[in-house]
Design a protein around this ligand. Structure first.
Ligand code: FAD
Length: 310
């Protein structure tokens, strides 16, 4: 991750300012506020703002006049009950806003999550930075044979070196052509006097998908948890998963009771269909159940055995 001196100075300046408020604040999240958490080679997330805490969820659930807080244990039990029974609106009472720097191909996956507010850096208005995501060698993997949406073994030797060189060269060459078409540098200086330069909104179409973009992304806690459940999942692509996992760490600081309930009742939980439950009951009764005769498809049976680590 590379911040310019000016960007770092802006963050530092924000971090020394404090505001008096009657609203709930969370010291552990205040400690993280504005600070970039580096991800991939040039990306980051940083928390810009937030509203509410674990107490706000309890307060909304009880529709109380004050903070709604009883004893910590009672509040935690209520949050766990709400999570366990798929209540949603109390969690929507909390909101968080992130600044995210991410490769464009990750942004395309991320933007599918519609229940959020997004404002992206404008490639029509500004020149994009010369920054591309190049996977670390251990993440340069072959197509998975078992999963069409996944990766298999890590590429090695000459093949890995060749792929890395192609990724670097193509991104650099396309960016150079972008700059050439614009006829200006990132800080607005004209390259060749007498040339008009192509509009930024057109020149950008030449950039590779590993070019970094940035956005502000704001969601309520319910939708953020949904995002994390899908994107911190092992089936999600590594490059978006690292962002979801970093967001989970910010959740741990912000709403620790909700975070733990989420780990227990979503991330660490499994959903069994009615036919799966029937198989489970037979297994608990001591029967050896094979896929044939289980009334489950091969895939469903395999998924179930995977859940049960059998
Ligand atoms: C591992 C993985 C693989 C994927 N592969 C593909 C793929 O190959 N191709 C592809 O196109 N997408 C793919 N997706 C994207 C996926 O289908 C969803 O679009 C994405 O995860 C956003 O989920 P969402 O709609 O639940 O979230 P959000 O858009 O944030 O919506 C949250 C919830 O709000 C409700 N909601 C939102 N909008 C509507 C609406 N219009 N009508 C009714 N209810 C609504 C739904 O309950 C929804 O779950 C993949 C996602 C994952 C995690």
């Amino acid at each position: 991750m590379s911040l310019t001196d000016d960007q770092q100075a802006e963050i530092d300046a924000q971090r020394v300012v404090s505001h008096a408020t009657h609203r709930a604040t969370v010291p552990a999240l205040e400690a993280l506020l504005f600070q970039p958490i580096p991800l991939l080679d040039h990306g980051f997330i940083r928390v810009i703002d937030y509203m509410g805490d674990d107490g706000a969820i309890v307060q909304a659930a009880r529709v109380s006049y004050g903070r709604g807080t009883r004893r910590v244990l009672e509040d935690t039990a209520l949050i766990r009950y709400l999570m366990r029974h798929w209540h949603t609106t109390p969690f929507e009472m909390c909101e968080i806003k992130y600044h995210v720097k991410l490769p464009i191909f990750v942004a395309r996956q991320w933007i599918r999550h519609r229940m959020a507010s997004v404002n992206e850096y404008s490639g029509r208005y500004s020149v994009l930075d010369r920054e591309f995501y190049i996977p670390a060698p251990e993440h340069l993997a072959a197509q998975s044979e078992a999963n069409r949406q996944g990766r298999g073994a890590v590429l090695a030797g000459e093949e890995a070196a060749e792929v890395l060189a192609l990724l670097r060269d193509d991104a650099a060459r396309n960016y150079d052509h972008y700059a050439q078409m614009l006829n200006e540098t990132a800080d607005g200086a004209i390259v060749h006097e007498g040339r008009q330069g192509l509009a930024r909104e057109l020149a950008r179409m030449n950039l590779t998908l590993n070019t970094y973009t940035q956005w502000y992304w704001k969601a309520d806690l319910h939708n953020l948890l949904h995002f994390c459940a899908l994107r911190a999942h092992p089936h999600a692509q590594y490059e978006i998963r690292v962002y979801a996992e970093a967001m989970l760490e910010t959740l741990k600081a912000w709403v620790p009771a909700t975070y733990q309930a989420f780990r227990d009742y979503r991330l660490g939980a499994a959903t069994f269909s009615a036919p799966m439950l029937a198989v489970l009951k037979r297994m608990l009764a001591g029967e050896h159940v094979e896929q044939e005769g289980s009334f489950l498809s091969k895939r469903e049976f395999a998924e179930m055995m995977d859940f049960l680590a059998r």
